[in-house]
Design a protein around this ligand. Structure first.
Ligand code: MG
Length: 253
């Protein structure tokens, strides 16, 4: 599939989808507390998506059984919400959510602290978010896709973190996953040239320990091979001639 260039009218709809998704994150962030289950978060997130006029795009995607991916501590991504899984003080919880609004997809992720967490966990969350912002400094027309990847990887490397290579960001539009793939690790080739109107979900997944990951028996949940913490930060953005616009970030987190 070729990389698609969105028109202004299409980007307006993607912005509407993204801004609504950012409200879903406001609601989930506000609700997250020790003692609730990962399924509670999924229910709250799905209800928010639907009440904002969206359709959860993760639900039933390749058979995924929920609307929100809820990944705790050493879980990298694709944690399956579970009525038995209780969130505890000191956990870090990665929430990945997306919606379809008037046919247009948005996709974002954040890792949140539950109560007091260790300084190491705080740093991992902060640096993972910074990796995204370092990456999008390169996300402008005329640059190349792997400029983004290399900027993300340079920042993670400063801290000796493990960069997940088995999963990557992606193009997004009328489909959740479109071309191109957006690696978070160093790539020697330039990759495709960036053009105004390309829409990308850029999503560093950064581990406090090694880069290697494993899949749980459910074949969805990705965990760090060494059991170290992992954080995730993602936004849907649109490439422009100057700075990109972040479509899924309205507030400051
Ligand atoms: Mg994504």
């Amino acid at each position: 599939m070729a990389i698609t260039i969105k028109t202004k009218a299409e980007i307006d709809l993607m912005r509407e989808s993204g801004h609504r998704l950012s409200k879903v994150f406001d609601i989930m962030k506000e609700a997250l507390r020790p003692g609730m289950t990962t399924k509670d978060i999924d229910r709250i997130g799905e209800k928010a998506i639907r009440s904002l006029g969206g359709i959860p795009n993760f639900l039933n995607y390749n058979g995924f059984p929920a609307s929100i991916c809820v990944s705790v501590n050493d879980e990298v991504v694709h944690g399956i919400p579970d009525d038995e899984r209780v969130i505890r003080e000191g956990d870090i919880v990665s929430l990945d959510a997306g919606m379809i609004y008037k046919g247009w997809h948005s996709d974002a992720a954040r890792t949140f602290a539950v109560g007091n967490i260790s300084p190491e966990a705080e740093q991992l969350i902060r640096v993972t978010r910074e990796c995204f912002f370092e990456g999008i400094k390169m996300a402008r027309a005329g640059n190349y896709l792997h400029d983004i990847s290399n900027a993300i990887a340079d920042h993670a490397d400063k801290y000796g973190y493990g960069i997940v290579e088995d999963l990557v960001g992606h193009g997004i539009g009328t489909h959740l996953h479109e071309d191109p793939e957006v690696p978070n690790f160093h790539v020697k080739s330039k990759g495709p040239k960036l053009h105004a109107g390309m829409t990308l979900a850029i999503e560093p997944m950064i581990n406090a320990g090694c880069a290697e990951v494993d899949w749980l028996a459910n074949d969805w949940t990705v965990v760090t091979m060494d059991g170290a913490l992992s954080a995730h930060y993602e936004n849907t953005i649109v490439i422009r001639d100057g700075d990109p616009e972040i479509l899924t970030l309205v507030g400051d987190y």
